[in-house]
Design a protein around this ligand. Structure first.
Ligand code: CP
Length: 307
């Protein structure tokens, strides 16, 4: 197979196992390219991509920008905080104005779940979801899966515990869909108030004891507390959260078998992860960031080919 089944990447829920395998295969080739002295290829010359970020980002935005530059695409960067959105312009008007400048693809982050799906129904350009509210963050799940595949040989059969604020996390949902499609066993772990009520219906095990989750898994993917999305208090204090759910290097070092530690970033050091855990040999965190560029190059390249 050389083509994706979709012309947009809106989420992992609607893509196939074959799509994921093709993205991983293509990303492995691009990873080799970006480690050469000349890191650029002409694959997307004459393709124009707008990065429309209506919500803050460091990693995803920089990673998409770099992926586009490595592929020789022309790029436009749009940030809601410095745009006419502040003057009341609608999402559709904003995007249609960007498209009037002959843009082929839009990479969009938005605080509202479903915003990229809405756009995909109204405009012709390919849409890549760079995170929509608490819904999905597909390229994060792809780079997480790719990083596990690269380090452990395969994802199938591996035990992955996703630990933290599952309720408000788009990374958790996209990871669950991706890991299940790749044949991993998935556990979610966090305080009961931060676990969605029907999460077990997605085929995951639910655990509230972080020590049991760490003892069970091959890979722990730790998420931050998404305070910006919490309207009420879900636990008494960050100090208490750290006491019960914070992961330290000592906890990792004393497990019966070594495990890998992942985090999508940004890390709240001293809350969900101690600094010595985040910077320990268990950590895949910076490999995830490096792989993000190759995975995003693969996604953009394959979507451009779908036209
Ligand atoms: N992992 C992630 O989405 O990070 P940013 O919010 O910095 O893009």
């Amino acid at each position: 197979m050389t083509k994706l089944s979709q012309r947009h990447l809106l989420g992992i829920k609607n893509i196939t196992r074959q799509d994921i395998d093709l993205i991983f295969e293509t990303a492995a080739n691009f990873k080799e390219v970006i480690n050469r002295p000349i890191k650029k290829v002409p694959s997307l010359r004459d393709v124009t991509i707008a990065n429309a970020f209506f919500e803050n980002s460091t990693r995803t935005r920089l990673s998409f920008e770099l992926a586009e530059k490595r592929l020789s695409a022309d790029t436009l960067n749009f940030s809601a905080s410095t745009s006419s959105v502040k003057k009341g312009e609608t999402l559709l008007d904003t995007i249609n104005n960007i498209l009037a400048m002959k843009v082929d693809m839009v990479v969009m982050r938005h605080a509202s779940p479903g915003a990229p799906h809405f756009l995909a129904r109204h405009i012709k350009a390919n849409i890549v979801n760079a995170g929509d509210g608490t819904h999905e963050h597909p390229t994060q799940a792809l780079l997480d899966g790719f990083s596990i595949h690269e380090r452990l040989g395969e994802v199938g059969g591996k035990k992955v515990a996703i630990i933290g604020d599952i309720l408000h996390s788009r990374v958790a949902l996209s990871n669950i869909f991706a890991l299940k499609k790749l044949g991993a066993e998935v556990m979610v772990c966090g305080p009961p108030t931060l676990l969605p009520r029907h999460i077990a219906s997605l085929g995951v095990t639910v655990e509230t004891d972080v020590k049991k989750a760490l003892a069970w898994c091959d890979v722990a993917n730790v998420l931050r507390i998404q305070l910006e999305r919490q309207q009420i208090k879900y636990f008494p204090s960050l100090r208490e959260y750290t006491l019960y759910y914070g992961i330290t290097k000592k906890m990792l070092d004393t497990l019966k078998k070594p495990i890998l530690l992942m985090h999508p970033g940004p890390i709240n050091r001293g809350v969900e992860l101690s600094s010595d855990a985040a910077d320990s040999p268990h950590s895949l965190i910076l490999d995830q960031v490096e792989n993000g560029v190759a995975v995003r190059m693969a996604v953009l390249y394959l979507l451009a080919g779908a036209n």
